[in-house]
Design a protein around this ligand. Structure first.
Ligand code: GAL
Length: 894
């Protein structure tokens, strides 16, 4: 029974907080549904039309289309008289549609009820047993031919089914029962006991269906989910399946609504923070209920655990909730001397939790936890972003949702590892390109203290690929946007809502601006934080930028191709709006692949023989090349440094991701990451670290110095460091002492002649010795060496150990060009989940136990069995090399 909580809260200062997590207590049960049976394809001989809607015919693949190509108008499809499922699915959006007249009415009929896969009598014993989160496409094999590079050369499309039973006890009679899906890729349709319940097309959003009308207490209930990913639906790898957690939620008739709390901190100072909490309570029953809500606020520790006694209490609020209705309980309190949330290293991500108790006639019927942070974020024109009064330069990166070799299946440890690697580089902000993330990722950004741009869409009405989100934008944009906002608005890490990325409506003048206006107004109804949209084409005088609160430009700051940089124009036109680059660089490289000759310019496109190898499809690691519309970091920084009043940047991208392998669409993964797909830093990592952590004393030399056959040839050497002066020596002979020129960000010696031996750099900063570094020619590879990121992991069937495998010489130095095939195996109570090496061209399936090292390195990902006891040993072997082993100890959860 959908109800429509009132979300029109008074606008207040951009401040606040949170993660909403209802607790599993006696009143409300949240049961994670991990185990399922899985099968691809519809039943043989199926004659029922199970499509969500009629899709346009794909006449031309968009594979390899340059990322900044102008999006096209949608193709008009005549779907009249087609009996598709859309009319039964649309009502699932009703709780997120503000205008009652626009809400959908479910038609009569129960489509699909005869399809064997939805029936309890169907025997699915032959189906694959799977555990969530599950990405059915990641295992491959990679599609070696055909136009599939953009989506990662993995087959993600076609129908797929998940089935399981759920236990609904006789004692559950009278309860409300919900299915909460954190993400299903994509076009989900759900049946319970043979009845179509509803669904949700957008694969990145989280959604709830009310199972109550279809539940039969006292028996096992048959749940079936059909997904139907379209081909040509994305510009990157979307993943496939129930790739995030799925929950069964049982509540009493009076319970906290879905995403039913909103915490705000309208005034924040060192002395006190005012906290408001609005809790929406549903009454699913048939009689009015007298309800009382109380909330206690506690501090959380760094791991998110509650500490000590309550720091504040919200006085009880009591009111009657009418039958089949929702009421909002508004409370407020003050936290004295609050510990503020802010990004390290200058601030700390302190958090609190509000624990709310809902009583009906004095009896506890629900309790609900809302995690939040107390902070004040302001966007002040050329002063930029102020967090608790401190101007914070945005040292940000973009990240897509895949986690490399484990694909889209969300995993807390894999995501945390990515964030740790980025944090070490100096990142303080993340843009979630271009879709709502797994809820767990926002728990991590809250806990670790990253500032976040939460972005909802990559396209509006105009299309980038033939079957992308534009197909459903007209019907779903309001529901999808409100769902993201209501799910995410309590997170302290979120500073900004992005309503779209490089949308085609940049090109449609006032018509496009009108859509932006509608989306922005939806955001303002749901939250107080500002809005933005990422623009790679719109210019200051076009209608679109005027619609958003913060100006985000992609690549235009440094200047796209021959167009001049756009910072001055935007700064002048919008003096009160904060301006920054939501996508910068798109520099391209393959880790450890140094190609010759080396360009003398500091930024250029990849061309055969200039940055790119058309045979191997590798891009040079000298870090001097970018996408045709992009720039190297050096060119970006030169523009930022010459334009005061730019609040920072979000690099495209932090990590390589699956798909979009510009410039070689035969590959599986992108070249734009600062870190490769396996999590190994490319040289660029130290270029960013030198700028973003300028007090860190280091000097990073590239390339490696092991070039048999290059003796006597020009082999340029570069050094990345925050020093301002450096002298290079090859085998003790100085190659010159150089000072860093204004707007130059690297040291380079372009005419060094290679001789085996040793390259050494000595650096100074402000005339004082800073750091020095030596790189030596290595000997032949003799052994493998394994090291693990954590040697104790939780035996919960989810936690992962990431093992780095180095190919080393007799002196234990990494052999920088070694590519031997390595055989991995696990002994003891664990499994080898996947292997990788960061090579974008490697089309060996991720689960393979044999993986070539790529330039001296490979990665193995190991999971402990659930309940594992005793050591897990990962063994790595390669012909002619001393094998390596590493021991991982499983520890019980809790
Ligand atoms: C941008 C786009 C990104 C990605 C990037 C590649 O134009 O917004 O999604 O395609 O280019 O460099």
């Amino acid at each position: 029974m959908p109800r429509y909580p009132d979300h029109r809260y008074a606008a207040c200062a951009i401040a606040l907080t949170i993660l909403v997590s209802p607790v599993a207590e006696a009143q409300t049960q949240r049961i994670r549904l991990d185990e399922w049976r899985f099968q691809q394809g519809d039943p043989a001989g199926n004659t029922v039309d199970l499509r969500y809607d009629v899709r346009p015919v794909v006449e031309r693949s968009a594979d390899g289309k340059v990322a900044d190509a102008m999006p096209d108008a949608a193709v008009v499809v005549d779907a009249a008289n087609q009996r598709v499922l859309k009319p039964w699915i649309l009502p699932s959006a009703n709780a997120f549609i503000a205008d009652p007249a626009k809400r959908h009415v479910r038609p009569a009929g129960d489509p699909g009820s005869d399809v064997p896969y939805v029936r309890a009598t169907f025997d699915d014993a032959a189906w694959q047993r799977v555990r969530l989160p599950h990405d059915w496409a990641i295992a491959g094999p990679f599609l070696k031919d055909g136009p599939y590079g953009g989506m990662g050369r993995l087959r993600t499309w076609g129908p797929a089914w998940y089935r399981r039973t759920i236990d609904i006890a006789a004692a559950d009679r009278g309860k409300s029962v919900f299915l909460d899906v954190e993400g299903a890729m994509a076009y989900a349709t759900v049946w319970l006991n043979g009845h179509l319940v509803g669904g949700w097309p957008y694969g990145y959003n989280s959604w709830r269906l009310d199972l109550t009308p279809y539940v039969v207490p006292g028996q096992r209930n048959q749940l079936s989910i059909r997904l139907d990913n379209p081909p040509e639906s994305a510009r990157w790898y979307p993943g496939a399946g129930l790739y995030r957690d799925v929950w069964l939620v049982k509540t009493r008739p009076v319970h906290v609504a879905q995403w039913g709390s909103v915490v705000r901190t309208p005034s924040v100072s060192k002395e006190a923070a005012e906290v408001t909490l609005a809790l929406s309570v549903d009454n699913d029953g048939t009689t009015p209920a007298t309800v009382e809500v109380t909330s206690d606020l506690y501090a959380l520790d760094a791991n998110g655990a509650r500490t000590g006694k309550a720091v504040a209490r919200i006085a009880p609020v009591r009111q009657t909730v009418a039958a089949k209705a929702t009421a909002r309980f508004d409370g407020r309190t003050t936290i004295a001397h609050p510990r503020l949330w802010g990004p390290p290293p200058t601030q700390a991500p302190n958090r609190y939790v509000a624990v709310s108790q809902v009583r009906r006639n004095g009896r506890l019927v629900d309790s609900y936890e809302t995690r939040f942070g107390v902070r004040d974020i302001r966007f002040e024109g050329a002063r930029g972003v102020l967090v608790n009064g401190e101007a914070v330069t945005l040292n940000g990166v973009n990240n897509h949702h895949d986690l490399g070799a484990i694909g889209a299946a969300f995993n807390m440890r894999a995501a945390e590892r990515q964030l740790e690697i980025l944090r070490e580089m100096g990142v303080n902000a993340i843009r979630l390109s271009h879709n709502p993330p797994a809820p767990g990722l926002l728990e991590l950004t809250d806990r670790m203290g990253f500032l976040v741009i939460d972005e909802v869409f990559d396209s509006w009405e105009r299309k980038k690929t033939p079957l992308d989100f534009h197909l459903i934008f007209p019907d779903w944009h309001e529901a999808d946007l409100r769902a993201m906002l209501r799910r995410d608005r309590n997170h302290p890490s979120i500073m900004l809502w992005s309503v779209g990325n490089e949308v085609g409506e940049q090109y449609t003048g006032e018509e496009g601006a009108k859509i932006a206006r509608e989306l922005v107004s939806i955001v303002r109804q749901e939250d107080t934080r500002p809005t933005t949209t990422a623009m790679n084409y719109a210019k200051p005088d076009m209608p679109l930028p005027a619609e958003v609160d913060v100006i985000n430009i992609n690549y235009q700051g440094g200047g796209i191709r021959t167009l001049p940089g756009q910072y001055p124009g935007f700064r002048a036109k919008f003096p009160t709006k904060v301006l920054f680059e939501s996508e910068s660089a798109s520099a391209l490289s393959s880790r450890g692949e140094y190609l010759f000759p080396v360009s003398g310019s500091v930024s250029g496109p990849v061309r055969p023989g200039s940055g790119g190898d058309p045979v191997t499809h590798q891009v040079s690691a000298y870090e001097l090349h970018a996408a045709d519309f992009g720039s190297t970091p050096d060119r970006e920084w030169s523009a930022i440094d010459q334009n005061p009043g730019v609040a920072g940047e979000f690099v495209w991208t932090g990590f390589d991701y699956l798909g979009e392998p510009t410039p070689y669409y035969t590959s599986r993964s992108s070249y734009s990451g600062i870190v490769d797909l396996a999590g190994f830093p490319k040289d660029r990592y130290w270029l960013y670290q030198a700028r973003w952590r300028p007090t860190l004393k280091f000097a990073h030399i590239l390339p490696h110095w092991s070039w048999p056959g290059r003796e006597g040839q020009v082999t340029p050497v570069q050094v990345f460091s925050s020093a301002d002066e450096a002298e290079l020596f090859v085998n003790g002979v100085s190659q010159g002492r150089v000072k860093r020129a204004p707007y130059a960000y690297r040291f380079r010696w372009d005419f060094v002649t290679y001789q085996p031996g040793e390259v050494k750099v000595v650096t100074w900063k402000n005339g004082q010795p800073w750091a020095s570094e030596t790189v030596a020619t290595t000997g032949a590879a003799t052994a493998l060496k394994a090291s693990v990121d954590r040697n104790r992991i939780t035996a919960d069937g989810r936690d992962l150990a990431f093992v780095t495998l180095d190919v080393v010489d007799a002196a234990q130095r990494v052999a920088p060009a070694a590519k031997p095939p390595v055989r991995f195996r696990v002994e003891g109570p664990g499994v080898l989940v996947a292997t990788d090496n960061g090579d974008p061209t490697d089309l060996t399936a991720f689960p393979s136990a044999v993986r070539h090292a790529f330039n001296g390195k490979a990665l193995a990902i190991v999971r402990a069995d659930e309940g594992a006891r005793g050591p897990i040993t990962l063994i790595a072997e390669a012909d002619g090399l001393v094998p390596a082993r590493v021991v991982i100890t499983p520890v019980p959860p809790g």
